[in-house]
Design a protein around this ligand. Structure first.
Ligand code: GLN
Length: 446
């Protein structure tokens, strides 16, 4: 009730929720109380959280930030939702997001932009901007997000939160509306690393319904939070501290690294020679996969349907024309072009080769260090509308986060300090399945 009251009081100014599920939340809270009274409650039973509106929720609208799904009620729960329900977590509602998770500012949402609680003239980042704003404004103690190229870490950075994108395959994508299937991964957005560990415990695990979910045991991510980090080798990619990085952000990040050194970590410079190619490779691969994934929205089985179609072609065309926003259409066109006959080798195949090189860069780097660190975002939260007319400037928001998705590695953003009176995130990237190590470093730092 406390959080529902806060949502009612403050979310008018932030727009972080698309749907608030007050009645259901109170019922779930009662059920958690009852389980506690019976003595068989999960440790997290009764704790509220907000779910990004990309996760299908049975009986509750799932929009993915799009007019296309404005009236869509899923007949089933995403795996992440079922896992949270099974742990007794209470869903407060579904959070605002960039349309189909395409964006870095939450401004592409059909339901309007989200305001950054630290300065409401600024964006919260995206695409998980609603989740970030809700947790930062303490309208929810925690939230889920998804990250295809930075959508958990960048909004976490801009809103002073802890956000973790796990190793690809750690969390089932079942029922999570697909953007770019080979890059998409869900994860927690919280105030602290400890909260992130608690939530990751619940979200992780093998799910036979997602063939890319990996059958790897789930450790208790809280167990190693306090471990010593003496001698831990932290790699600083020289490419992450160059041109394009705001000087104030760099200062905060360098100060944070000094703190880690005081805790016993050793800083080493590393080279990620292909990192300059990650944004271009991503903007071929992600739109290509998106153009294929979004072909299911045809106005026939579910989602938006245009009025009075003349024939089947008109139905397809106008439903998609009227149902999708400008950024989504741009991605579908880029992706369709990149996959078309004659261009496939030149663009898609080439981008896949670059992707492999980026992966190999990381493999080399992890011979010299245990964790990679740097800025999450090149700048602090920017003004509403500031980058909207320049897609390339917007795409550069993820210049430090995208390579992690291309390689499938776990990455995290943690609050590091303030510059220009706005939060700055420190990014930590680990080798495959090293979530516990990232959480440990984050926890020691915090
Ligand atoms: N900002 C990136 C994009 O627009 C990444 C989004 C994401 O991670 N979902 O594609």
């Amino acid at each position: 009730q406390h959080f529902l009251d806060r949502i009612q009081r403050f979310d008018g100014a932030l727009n972080s929720f698309i749907t608030v599920t007050a009645d259901q939340a109170l019922r779930q809270a009662d059920a958690a109380d009852a389980a506690r009274a019976r003595g068989n409650a999960h440790a997290l039973a009764g704790i509220p959280l907000a779910q990004k509106d990309i996760f299908c929720t049975e009986g509750v609208k799932t929009t993915c930030g799009s007019k296309m799904l404005d009236n869509f009620i899923s007949p089933y729960n995403a795996h992440v939702i079922s896992q949270c329900e099974a742990a007794g977590l209470v869903m407060l509602g579904k959070t605002n997001m960039d349309e189909f998770a395409m964006g870095s500012s939450n401004e592409t949402s059909y339901f309007g932009g989200v305001k950054n609680p630290w300065d409401t003239t600024k964006v919260p980042g995206g695409s998980s901007g609603g989740s970030a704003a809700a947790v930062a404004a303490r309208l929810a103690p925690a939230a889920t997000g998804t990250d295809t190229g930075g959508s958990i870490r960048q909004p976490a950075s801009l809103c002073n939160l802890t956000g973790l994108k796990p190793t690809y395959g750690r969390i089932s994508r079942w029922g999570m509306i697909a953007f770019a299937s080979s890059l998409d991964q869900a994860g927690p957005m919280t105030q602290t690393a400890e909260d992130a560990a608690l939530l990751l415990n619940v979200m992780s695990g093998h799910d036979p319904k997602d063939s890319t979910s990996i059958d790897q045991p789930v450790p208790d991510y809280t167990a190693t939070l306090g471990a010593d980090i003496k001698g831990l080798r932290i790699g600083l990619p020289k490419q992450y501290f160059g041109q394009g990085l705001d000087a104030g952000v760099e200062q905060v990040v360098r100060d944070a690294l000094k703190e880690l050194e005081k805790l016993g970590a050793v800083l080493v410079e590393i080279d990620l020679p292909n990192s300059g190619h990650s944004v271009p490779a991503y903007y071929v691969i992600a739109p290509a996969e998106a153009s294929s994934n979004l072909s299911r929205f045809d106005g026939v089985r579910f989602g938006y349907r245009c009025e009075n179609p003349k024939d089947l072609t008109d139905l397809y065309k106008r439903s998609r024309q009227e149902g999708f926003g400008a950024e989504v259409k741009r991605r579908i066109m880029i992706g369709t072009y990149a996959l078309s006959a004659g261009y496939y080798d030149a663009y898609y195949l080439q981008a896949q080769k670059v992707r492999r090189l980026i992966q190999q860069d990381f493999a080399e780097a992890f011979k010299q260090c245990d964790v990679i660190a740097g800025p999450t975002s090149p700048c602090v939260a920017f003004g509403q509308g500031e980058k909207q007319s320049d897609p390339i400037a917007m795409y550069l928001s993820d210049i430090y986060t995208i390579a992690t998705n291309l390689a499938g590695l776990p990455g995290m953003s943690i609050p590091a300090g303030f510059s220009h009176n706005l939060p700055v995130g420190l990014q930590l990237v680990g080798n495959y399945w090293q979530e516990a190590r990232l959480l440990n470093v984050a926890h020691r730092y915090q």
